[in-house]
Design a protein around this ligand. Structure first.
Ligand SMILES: Cc1cc2nc3c(=O)[nH]c(=O)nc-3n(C[C@H](O)[C@H](O)[C@H](O)COP(=O)(O)OP(=O)(O)OC[C@H]3O[C@@H](n4cnc5c(N)ncnc54)[C@H](O)[C@@H]3O)c2cc1C
Length: 173
């Protein structure tokens, strides 16, 4: 009988944790919010469906992200699910730049129920109102009740796997 030789464990560092979690392929979203005239957003993959009754989703947001205080104050957010054509948008909203608000205006976002920006050309969106916020280490877990949700573009999704953007076709091959 073959014996399985245990591998020496890698030290449990942040880098190791990121590499391990990187094996979990995800879609990519831009989570947007709006407070008065101020619109903002960040690229996020820590997004998850939570409950069907009521309809709830969660998003985990870094305390250091500029989006965090805005989301806390506004109490609303939209999850915009990106297509593989929207990698540029994902890169933009994953960088600390002031261009984001201007880009959102230029892209011509619309709003649904809560007023959070809904970006054109996405696969789908969920328009949410924050009903709970839980501490999650250096992130806050915002739970949102879904006020409206729609499917948009009929296109393949943008994926994130092992620290890189990929597509369904590349992931298959
Ligand atoms: C695929 C992917 C998934 C991600 N998922 C998540 C997720 O689920 N949750 C999450 O919280 N993040 C996630 N991120 C990271 C997030 O998208 C980025 O941190 C993004 O920049 C946050 O945008 P922001 O505008 O909210 O904050 P930013 O404006 O980017 O601010 C972030 C920090 O940068 C500092 N900063 C601002 N401007 C500058 C500057 N010019 N130079 C140097 N520092 C500056 C700010 O003081 C602040 O501390 C993800 C990134 C990627 C690529």
């Amino acid at each position: 009988m073959d014996s399985v030789k245990p591998k020496a464990s890698a030290p449990l560092t942040k880098e190791h944790f990121r590499r391990v979690m990187g094996q979990f392929a995800t879609g990519v979203t831009v989570v947007t919010t709006r407070l008065g005239d101020e619109v903002h957003g960040l690229t996020a993959n820590a997004v998850c469906s939570v409950s069907l009754e009521p309809l709830l989703v969660l998003v985990c947001v870094d305390h250091a992200a500029d989006t965090h205080p805005l989301l806390e104050k506004s109490g609303v957010f939209a999850v915009n699910i990106l297509s593989q054509e929207q990698e540029d948008l994902s890169r933009l909203f994953a960088s600390p730049t002031e261009e984001k608000a201007g880009r959102l205006q230029a892209l011509g976002y619309r709003t649904a129920v809560t007023g959070a920006p809904i970006i054109a050309g996405c696969l789908a969106y969920l328009d949410c109102r924050v009903v709970a916020a839980y501490p999650g280490g250096d992130h806050t877990i915002f739970v949102g009740r879904v006020e409206q949700a729609e499917i948009g573009a009929d296109a393949p999704p943008l994926l994130f796997f092992r620290g890189h953007y990929t597509t369904v076709r590349e992931a298959e091959g």
